[in-house]
Design a protein around this ligand. Sequence first.
Ligand code: FDA
Length: 499
Amino acid sequence: ADGDSVPVLVIGTGYGGSVAALRLAEAGVDVHMAEMGQSWDTPGPDGNVFANTTEPDYRSFWLRTRTKQPLSNFLGFPLDKDVPLHTGILDAEDFAGITVYQGRGVGGGSLVNGGMAVTPRRENFPSVLPSVDANEMYSVYYPRANSGLGTADVDPAWWESADCYQYARVGRKHAERSGFPFVFVPNVYDWAYMKQEAEGSVPRSALAGEVLYGNNHGKKTLRQTYLARAEATGRVTVSPLHRVTDVRPAEGGGYTVSLDQLTSTGTVAATKTVTAARVFFAAGSVGTSKLLTRLKATGALPRLNSEIGKGWGDNGNVMCGRANHMWDPTGKLQSAMPTAGIDNWSAGGAFAEVAPLPTGIETYASFYLSITRTPHRAAFTWNAAANRVDLDWQRSWKQTSIDAARTIFDKINAKEGTIYRTDLFGANKIWGDHLTYHPLGGAVLDQATDNYGRLHGHSGLYVIDGALIPGCATVNPFVTITALAERNIERIITADLRR
Ligand code: FDA
């Protein structure tokens, strides 16, 4: 409530924020979490909490009047449509050169993501987090994160025969025929539930294409894992629809935090201030970077260093589809939870997730989200005239990622005698090069912060989310974000809170 004083305020309820809240609460510290999105615990008029993927509605997008679907077109038809303005679940946040997709609500990105829980190959880890001890990460923190997240492998025998993974088996066949390693990746989806979906004994979620606008069943989001455990301690409270707007040193120590309480159409219902001894920035790479960039530039937190806002990357994301021959149907039933990727990282700098295209009809299309090695890093800057934070990413930088992805798909196309789809991202456009699902960086570990996420310049302020990772995780990022948060919070609790 307005005027309250709390030991710890966590900004955001995604991976980093949830880890911090659980571990602090277990250590006996009371934690309050502020989340700008909704709580997502109440069914809509159709009886479901989340909207269907093929019929986005008011629940689907964060404060937009028209959808902005990642796949904008299909067979020449634009897919976007008008929706009522609402604090929906998926934010397609536009910057000059890139649209950054993010989850909004209690659970952050875990509400909208594909659940792929991938640990980077160990030899690639030094490029992901150069200042972090890999031995500790692979022996302690990655296992701890995967256990906390409920990561599990798909049953291989079931996968081999399931109709809903026909598309992935076609992906494997084409990868292997061209000599690329095809690797299974774990997921946080409840596999037992998915088997029941396939048998028809429970309501379908992954098998109804649910992912981007939330899963009504089956997916273990942070709501079922870290946040459930955090709330069970009795020490963690969460305020949904509360957006943090300001953090500044309070007289007498700690920080004064200002919040806007939002209505479901995004207007400000009330403004509040609370005092917090410590503040954890866990608003996601973009959210944390935007806040810190503005707070430094406008003088609220003047002693933050000049690394704030820097080192931001898109995890090299680029999407494409391939048109298969008639003898390689990918299936009209496709599980929305990916299970595998094509690993050409060492030779070509690309790891391609074999992604679903759950349209409900046979498309003969293979669809991929590639994560690629890219040298390009952008910076957030304060634009005082426009009263906003800008990002200087350039669309042309994606060419490096396209070239890396082509090391896989040009070869497969040549081997199979197939071509790229040109209808998924607009007329005659092969590459989805306008977006990222994996924003990383902006308050980089050991640069803007010390080697455990303590911000330089103001004691008691921490970054504990994807903003710490300098732009590329070599694979899908949430396991690494979670593991790094586990590592950092352990040190912070021992060194800063148990003195
Ligand atoms: P995260 O973004 O999760 O949480 C930040 C939270 O802070 C949000 O809930 C936000 O609303 C809130 N917030 C922001 N500003 C605020 C403010 N000022 N005040 C209060 N609250 C604020 N990764 C992966 O490993 N495997 C996968 O399969 C996928 N798939 C995928 C699909 C799609 C469609 C998307 C968009 C993303 C993925 N990802 C993914 C990426 C993954 O979801 C992402 O990397 C993590 O959610 C990032 O975790 P963080 O803790 O950094 O922030």
